[in-house]
Design a binder for this molecule. Structure first.
Ligand SMILES: O=C(O)c1ccccc1NCC(=O)[C@H](O)[C@H](O)COP(=O)(O)O
Length: 222
């Protein structure tokens, strides 16, 4: 039983900040598990019309994730109509908002992921979220809600369990991936900045990141 608890598996992977047909082609070739569309204010922001056009070209095994920051439920519902399967709440949405969203969605095929943005530590008095399917840990920044390319101290998550599977985000790279996975043991890793060149997704970097993840040997310290 003790051994089972310590067993680590290769996490799923989400590539975030997809905005063009070229990006979709890269993902279709290297097959991450999730494709992130940022609907929030960002240099990577996309609109409903673009996403509606892009999703039909995405391989069916790659699930479209919508990234929202404190946006209206009516807008999120339109994104779901456009094909979004995972709602990633990356702002200051509270439990009441999550509950209302869950009722409105009324579909267990649609997942809800909620972010916790880490400044230094996790608040010791935090209330666990209800009605979520994933808990994203990302680095806090005073200037942006996400996609900063900066990592936090993963040790604060080491050995901890939470109310939902962990999605690890923030400054992940092909080089630090193995350490991150060994320490946090997440259900999914989420990357954006390190697989870009000059602000656009880079085919070679996506390839290296996904291949590195899929070939991780978590029982070997090398
Ligand atoms: O990516 C953005 O531009 C963004 C903007 C506003 C809110 C959230 C955003 N991204 C959320 C993500 O899921 C990113 O993949 C995550 O923050 C990791 O990004 P990075 O540190 O650049 O790998």
């Amino acid at each position: 039983m003790e051994r089972m608890r310590k067993m680590k598996t290769i996490p799923k992977v989400k590539i975030c900040g997809i905005r063009s047909m070229n990006d979709i082609e890269i993902l279709n070739e290297y097959r991450p598990d999730y494709c992130g569309f940022v609907f929030a204010e960002s240099k990577r922001k996309v609109g409903l019309t673009e996403v509606k056009e892009l999703i039909p070209y995405l391989q069916k095994e790659i699930l479209p994730v919508g990234v929202f920051v404190d946006q209206e439920i009516t807008f999120i519902m339109k994104a779901i109509e456009a094909g979004i399967k995972v709602v990633q709440l990356h702002g200051d949405e509270d439990q009441q908002f999550i509950n209302e969203l869950k009722i409105k969605i009324n579909n267990n095929q649609i997942s809800i992921w909620k972010v916790i943005r880490i400044n230094k530590e996790i608040a010791s008095d935090r209330e666990p979220y209800l009605n979520i399917n994933g808990l994203i840990f990302d680095k806090y920044s005073a200037v942006a809600y996400g996609g900063t390319g900066v990592a936090f101290n993963w040790d604060i998550l080491s050995g901890k369990t939470f109310e939902a599977p962990i999605v690890l985000a923030g400054g992940l790279t092909a080089d630090n991936l193995k350490d991150a996975v060994r320490i946090v043991n997440p259900f999914c890793v989420d990357v954006s900045s390190s697989v870009e060149t000059h602000g656009y997704k880079d085919k070679e970097k996506v390839k290296v990141f996904v291949k590195k993840l899929k070939s991780l040997n978590l029982f070997n310290s090398q």
